[in-house]
Ligand binder design. Structure first.
Ligand SMILES: [Zn+2]
Length: 131
């Protein structure tokens, strides 16, 4: 199910807008992850398809600089989704095959752990900020 299609800002916004419009309940629970969340064990990964990636160049290490505003931090539900900044520059976009909601996904590699994380893709937080 690999899909390494690069998503530009317009494509990302289109996916987010379509995802935002979904109202029917779904067992994926993507609406319940407005900010970064450790992938819950019950999350139905087999129900997800990768629709694209935000990684610009897989052969170059992306920056760890984060972009914030209005006092947001990494975990904030209102943190901007700035695609050239950490961790969005490491993300792929997953779409639920049942409800078509989308979420951002990447693997956080800390000193002693590797953790899959997800965040709902919501159009209102997507910002166009150059690196
Ligand atoms: Zn779903």
């Amino acid at each position: 199910m690999a899909n390494d299609d690069k998503l530009d800002l317009e494509k990302l916004k289109a996916l987010a807008t379509a995802s935002d419009a979904m109202t029917r309940p779904c067992n994926c629970g993507i609406d319940g992850f407005p900010g970064w969340t450790r992938l819950p064990v019950e999350f139905p990964e087999q129900q997800m398809q990768i629709v694209g990636t935000l990684v610009e160049d897989p052969y170059q290490e992306a920056t760890y600089t984060e972009y914030h505003r209005n006092g947001s931090d990494y975990w904030s539900a209102d943190a901007p989704i700035a695609i050239h900044y950490h961790p969005y520059n490491r993300c792929s976009v997953l779409q639920c095959k049942v409800c078509a909601r989308c979420c951002l996904h990447y693997v956080e590699a800390g000193g002693y752990y590797v953790e899959k994380r997800i965040r709902k893709l919501a159009s209102q937080w997507i910002v166009d900020v150059p690196l």
